[in-house]
Write a protein that binds this ligand. Structure first.
Ligand code: HEM
Length: 320
C-alpha cells in the first residue's frame, strides 16, 4: 500500500534531522537579535590585537585548527587545567600555541559580555576571529555558521592521535584527516595555512641533517639560525620565508624549490597523492583561495556541539 504523502514528508524531515543533528540550530545571523554588535565588536577587537601583535593571525589559526581536530570546534582548547584535570591545552603538542591567540579570545569575550552577557559562545568567538584574521592578512573571506556551544570537557589525554606531527609519514597524515572526513585535496588546501606564522627549531632541527630535499643555501641558513637552539628553545623560523606575513600561495611555490620548512611540508611535495594539488595551488592562487575557504568552512563546523551538549561559558578558560 502506498504511504500517505504527509507521512512520507514527516519521515523525511525527521530522517534529515538525524543526519545533521549538530548543525540543525546554526545560522549565519545567529546573533542578529541577541547580540546585534557581535560582528562589529569582533572586528574591532581583532583589528586592534593584530595591529599591536602581528603574530596573532597565525597563532589563532593554529589554535582553531588544534581545537577543531581534537573532538570538534568547541573551545575545549581554551580551558585551563585544574589540580583535578589536565586540560587539552597542556598536551605537549599544544604547549607552543601562543599566548596572543588566547589573549585575543579573552579580549573579545570581555567586550561581548559587556554588550550582551551570557550570549556568545567562546567557540563562535574563536571561529569568527580566525576567519577575520585570515581575511585581514590577505586570505580569502568565507562564511562562518554561528550557534556553536562550548564543551564542558577538556582532557590532555584526548589530544594524542588527533593532531598531525611533522615527523609523521604523509600516508599517516592523510589517514588522520580522512578519519575526520577530510580528503587529500582538502588536507593540502588547509596546509596552505603554513603561508603565515613560524615554527620553532625543535620542530625541524633533526630533519636539517638527514634530508636532501632542501635547497642547499636554505638548509645552511636554517642550520645557522637554529645553531643556538639547545640553549635558546624559543628560536623559530618563518614557515614561508618569501612572504611570511601575507596569506598567499607562495608556500606551495616554495615547496617545489626546496624552501619548505617542516618535514611534513616537504612530504606534501614529495608524496604522489598530495603533489598534484601542491602543483595546482603553486600556479593558481585563486583556486587555492577557493579550496582553502571551502575547507575552512567545513572545518569550522567539525564536531561542534549545539543545544544541551554544551554551554555558553562566562569565561573562556573555565567551565561554568
Ligand atoms: C598537515 C599537517 C600539519 C602539520 C604536521 C603541522 C605542524 C605544525 C608545526 C610543527 C608547527 C610549528 C609550531 C611551533 O613551533 O610553534 C605549525 C605551525 C602552524 N600551523 Fe601547522 N601543521 C599541519 C597542518 C596545519 C593546518 C591544517 C593548519 C590550519 C588550518 C595549520 C596552521 C598552522 C599555523 C598558522 C602555524 C603557525 C603558528 C604560529 O605562527 O604561531 N597547520 N604546524
Amino acid at each position: 500500500m502506498a504511504m500517505p504523502k504527509e507521512q512520507f514528508f514527516l519521515i523525511l524531515i525527521s530522517f534529515s534531522s538525524l543526519i545533521y543533528p549538530s548543525q540543525s540550530r546554526l545560522s549565519y545571523n545567529y546573533y542578529s537579535k541577541s547580540c546585534p554588535n557581535f560582528n562589529k565588536i569582533m572586528q574591532e577587537t581583532v583589528t586592534s590585537k593584530q595591529i599591536t601583535s602581528p603574530s596573532t593571525a597565525a597563532g589563532t589559526l593554529r589554535l582553531f585548527f588544534h581545537d577543531c581536530l581534537t573532538n570538534g570546534c568547541d573551545a575545549s582548547i581554551l580551558i585551563s587545567s585544574t589540580p583535578f584535570n589536565s586540560a587539552e591545552r597542556d598536551a605537549d603538542i599544544n604547549l607552543s600555541l601562543p599566548g596572543d591567540a588566547f589573549d585575543l579570545v579573552t579580549r573579545a569575550k570581555t567586550a561581548l559580555e559587556l554588550s550582551c552577557p551570557n550570549t556568545v559562545s567562546c567557540a563562535d568567538i574563536l571561529a569568527t576571529a580566525t576567519r577575520d584574521l585570515v581575511t585581514m592578512v590577505g586570505g580569502p573571506f568565507y562564511n562562518v555558521l554561528l550557534g556553536r556551544k562550548d564543551y564542558r570537557i577538556s582532557k590532555s589525554s584526548y589530544v594524542e592521535g588527533n593532531l598531525p606531527r611533522p615527523t609523521m609519514p604523509m600516508s599517516k597524515i592523510i589517514s588522520l584527516f580522512a578519519a575526520k572526513g577530510f580528503g587529500v585535496q582538502e588536507m593540502v588546501a588547509l596546509s596552505g595555512a603554513h603561508t603565515i606564522g613560524f615554527s620553532h627549531c625543535k620542530e625541524f632541527k633533526s630533519y636539517l641533517y638527514n634530508d636532501t630535499h632542501y635547497n642547499q643555501r636554505f638548509v645552511q641558513a636554517l642550520r645557522n639560525a637554529c645553531a643556538d637552539y639547545p640553549k635558546n628553545p624559543t628560536l623559530s623560523v618563518f614557515n614561508d620565508i618569501m612572504t611570511p606575513n601575507n596569506f598567499d600561495n607562495k608556500y606551495f611555490d616554495n615547496l617545489g624549490k626546496g624552501l619548505g620548512l617542516l618535514e611534513s611540508d616537504h612530504g606534501l611535495h614529495n608524496n604522489p597523492m598530495t603533489n598534484p594539488f601542491v602543483e595546482i595551488y603553486a600556479k593558481d592562487e585563486k583556486k587555492f583561495f577557493q579550496d582553502f575557504a571551502r575547507a575552512m568552512e567545513k572545518l569550522s563546523v567539525y564536531g561542534i556541539k549545539t543545544g544541551r551538549r554544551g554551554e555558553i561559558r562566562r569565561r573562556c578558560d573555565a567551565i561554568n
